[in-house]
Design a protein. Structure first.
Lengths: 591, 240
């Protein structure tokens, strides 16, 4: 049942767990560096993720320079280009998006939104960040070793990933990549156990699961999925590491390289693909579900209307999460699977469109006749919906075997997944940062810089990826640094590629404005007050902004209602916070 | 780890039983698992995740074994020991399995005595469990040594498919690492019980509220899991 009816004080059970004293930091080091406070850890996670994400952004510029103006930049060799695409993909998907959504937003928002004082295991939570940082450092180290980082493509398909013909294959690149991934998974597991247990067992009085903001539902479901999907990647990484270092043949068939018979034999490259995509497809939704959740809250708050179909939204998140574990082989239609597998995986893939469509309809119906404030978070939320629908529709193309086979490994695929799991979640991340920055810092981000950032990013993303669909449809393959002369590679295609590259550079520049805004507003932003968006969820009701260690002062909040009481008829204001017992009695609000 | 164990805390309201009780718990506030502490819930979720790791390892092994074109070494010959003038198949592994399953028995008894607050018996049984676990790891080291001296390597072996050595060392090694860490943590928990840290509720790692011994049970969950995984490894590696 949706807990939409406010609960009376007497109906809320007493606290089941007595409060436990938190470890209070005693020095600067334990307050800001080796901090056990989930909010500090969140900022550490976010800062690291954004920093490594900037590296990936620069790599994307270099790739676009090569694709747009082939032959112009002599330092971009084919080897270097492969290294750029590999590191760009890996960093963006895992070290930026996964870490930022779960480690960043998860850490900051889960305890605040469920009314907890901190994560349930603060020390393990701290370790999680430091292992993540170590994983990032190992990844960065691979840029500086002889031979450079691996150039195997972000999917790291064997056998080529560990052969001499691939950059980093027979040097340190691939080893560091695999070690870094293993570390990331260990670090994530420590954090993920925290996020999951905090949601299941650490909520405040009155906070039932069906009263949680959808942000928490999205992050929680994604965390559980990640805990079940990352093991497959872990196993694949360990096995490939053994293939590379110990000379085992898990993934390596008998091979002749440069006229020489290698000592490998009997392994199955397809096994790696299955393991990788058993992780890889849920990973898409590990990134998407937090975005789904966050965007629901942004839309509801900034349209001053309760989310449409809350219960459906929750179940859609859970069903998408479950279904995403049985669709993985739709990434492998051209791998030579039995056609019946293709039939099965195409069917499950298309079934996912149903709960996803429910979510899109519900977002649109939430906006319907809402009091839409075109604030920055709302602009980004709207951009997300449009972009996600676009990317999702091309997903329906690619989910069908007969359509996918000719489109496979073309730029159409690149355009599709950048729209659906690149641009769309990034839009939500921007929206979320504009939304929660006032809570984190106490100041608003500068509006005109944000508007500039939004329009350049939004229009620019379409300038990049719409033409890319066409480039793919005419047959330009992905992962080729240069096509050269080909019948389908006509002059318009070359011009389009140049256009895409210019657009990419412009969008990249706009992100610098955003980063400048983040720093500038820290000092010069407008004072925000505790609840600038007049939002209902608990994180806006903390007694002090930004919330200190322990979040809630003397008493944890008591929750009387769901998170979506906007524009309730008869209420004194157009929003009723979750810890407001109206109409039973008047509430105490932070000033 | 901070800990909020609940055994013995507060009055427990009557709850409906069966499926209705499950629904009531999940619809309630604060906690979905009304009798599980944070640590216990975490251990269950961790074990679920770990199950996926071992499943992937075993599935990879089965794929390798069923798709190889060269013969797979015969388990009853490879894992035989030459004792008393005869080759006895699977004798070592039978003893290892017996030792590990016995350790699960002592662990279960340790949990029982912990809840009765019988410190002496708990410590003795935890140490017995650790000793049995260490014995298991030692015998595994013996088995590895034997196979290595016979020429088994991750990249090949004298009898057939090279994936035999690769999967064997990888999977038993990963399991043996689990057992070794388990032994380490058994000793830590035994020390804490012995020093009465659970009676006082000392701060630090693996702590509890005063008078609460639930950590022994959480430790037991892990230990039984490692034991259960071994049953599958035993079945798929040695009996197949």
């Amino acid at each position: 049942m949706v807990d939409a009816t406010p609960r009376m004080e007497r109906d809320i059970p007493p606290a089941e767990v007595p409060e436990l004293e938190l470890y209070h930091p005693k020095s600067w080091w334990t307050t800001y560096v080796f901090s056990q406070d989930a909010k500090v850890i969140a900022i550490q996670y976010s800062g690291t993720a954004v920093a490594i994400g900037l590296v990936a952004l620069v790599l994307s510029w270099l790739m676009r320079l090569q694709l747009g103006f082939p032959g112009t930049f002599s330092f971009i060799t084919p080897e270097a280009y492969y290294q750029f695409i590999t590191m760009h993909g890996m960093i963006m998907v895992i070290y930026l998006l996964t870490a930022l959504f779960l480690g960043g937003f998860g850490n900051y928002l889960i305890p605040l939104m469920v009314g907890a004082r901190d994560m349930v295991f603060p020390y393990v939570n701290m370790l999680s960040f430091w292992v993540y940082l170590l994983a990032v450092l190992v990844l960065v180290a691979s840029f500086f070793v002889p031979g450079g980082p691996t150039g195997a493509g972000w999917t790291l398909y064997p056998p080529q990933a560990i052969l001499g013909g691939t950059p980093g294959g027979q040097s340190w690149g691939i080893i560091l990549m695999l070690v870094s991934l293993i570390l990331f998974i260990i670090g994530f597991t420590m954090g993920g156990l925290n996020y999951a247990v905090t949601v299941i067992q650490g909520r405040t009085r009155g906070m039932t699961l069906m009263r949680m903001p959808l942000t928490v539902w999205g992050i929680f479901t994604a965390t559980v999925m990640a805990l079940l999907a990352f093991p497959a990647l872990f196993v694949a990484c360990v096995m490939m590491l053994f293939d590379r270092v110990l000379g085992t043949s898990f993934f390596m068939p008998a091979l002749v390289e440069m006229g020489e018979q290698l000592s490998y034999g009997g392994g199955s490259p397809i096994l790696f693909q299955h393991l990788f995509w058993f992780f890889g497809h849920p990973e898409v939704y590990i990134v998407a579900l937090p975005a789904f959740g966050i965007v629901s809250d942004l839309i509801s708050t900034h349209a001053r209307k309760n989310i449409f179909g809350y219960r459906m939204m929750v179940w859609a998140i859970v069903i998408i999460g479950a279904l995403s574990f049985i669709v993985w082989a739709h990434h492998m239609y051209v791998s030579g699977m039995h056609p019946w597998f293709g039939f099965f995986f195409a069917t499950t893939t298309l079934i996912i469109a149903v709960p996803t469509a429910i979510k899109v309809y519900n977002w649109v119906l939430t906006l319907w006749r809402g009091d839409i404030h075109l604030t920055l978070p709302m602009l980004f939320a709207l951009a997300f919906i449009v972009t996600f629908v676009n990317g999702g529709l091309t997903g329906l193309f690619l989910g069908n075997v007969v359509v996918d086979v000719p489109l496979s490994d073309t730029m159409f695929v690149v355009a599709h997944f950048h729209m659906v799991m690149g641009v769309a979640p990034i839009m939500v991340i921007f929206g979320a940062i504009y939304h929660w920055y006032p809570k984190i810092t106490g100041r608003m981000l500068e509006d005109w810089m944000g508007k500039f950032h939004f329009w350049v990013t939004f229009v620019g993303a379409y300038a990049i990826f719409f033409p890319m669909h066409y480039v793919g449809l005419v047959g330009v393959p992905r992962r080729y640094p240069e096509i050269g002369e080909a019948a389908f590679m006509t002059a318009p295609v070359g011009n389009l590629n140049a256009f895409i590259s210019v657009a990419a550079l412009v969008v990249g520049f706009a992100q610098m404005v955003f980063l400048f805004n983040l720093v500038w507003s820290l000092r010069f932003g407008k004072e925000a007050g505790p609840n600038p968006w007049r939002a209902t969820s608990l994180e806006w009701q903390t007694p002090i902004t930004p919330p200190p260690h322990g979040n809630w002062g003397d008493e944890r909040p008591v929750v009387y209602r769901w998170a979506y009481d906007y524009s309730v008829p008869g209420a004194p204001e157009d929003f009723i916070p979750q810890n407001d017992p109206w109409p039973e009695k008047a509430a105490a609000r932070p000033a | 780890m901070g800990e909020t164990t609940l055994n013995g805390f507060g009055a427990k309201p009557a709850r409906p039983s069966g499926i209705r009780g499950v629904a009531t718990d999940w619809a309630s506030d604060q906690r979905a698992f009304k009798s599980a502490s944070w640590g216990k819930a975490m251990m269950w979720i961790f074990l679920l995740s770990d199950t996926f790791i071992f499943s992937c390892f075993l599935l990879a092994y089965m794929t390798a074994r069923s798709s190889t074109t060269v013969p797979w070494p015969n388990a009853s010959e490879v894992f035989a020991l030459h004792m008393f003038g005869a080759d006895i198949p699977l004798i070592l592994i039978a003893i290892m399995t017996f030792v590990l399953i016995s350790s699960s028995g002592t662990m279960a008894m340790a949990v029982n005595f912990a809840y009765r607050k019988n410190k002496g018996a708990t410590v003795a049984l935890l140490l017995a469990t650790a000793a049995l676990g260490a014995t298991f790891v030692g015998m595994q080291a013996f088995e590895w040594t034997k196979l290595i001296t016979e020429g088994v390597r991750p990249w090949g072996n004298p009898w057939g498919a090279p994936q035999f050595g690769a999967t064997f060392f990888m999977i038993t090694g990963f399991h043996g690492t689990h057992v070794s860490f388990g032994v380490l943590f058994l000793l830590i928990v035994a020390r804490k019980v012995w020093r009465g840290e659970y009676d006082r509720g000392d701060r630090g790692f693996f702590t509890s509220r005063p008078g609460d011994y639930e950590h022994v049970e959480t430790m037991g969950l892990y230990w039984h899991f490692v034991d259960l995984v071994w049953v599958f490894i035993f079945a798929f590696f040695y009996l197949w």
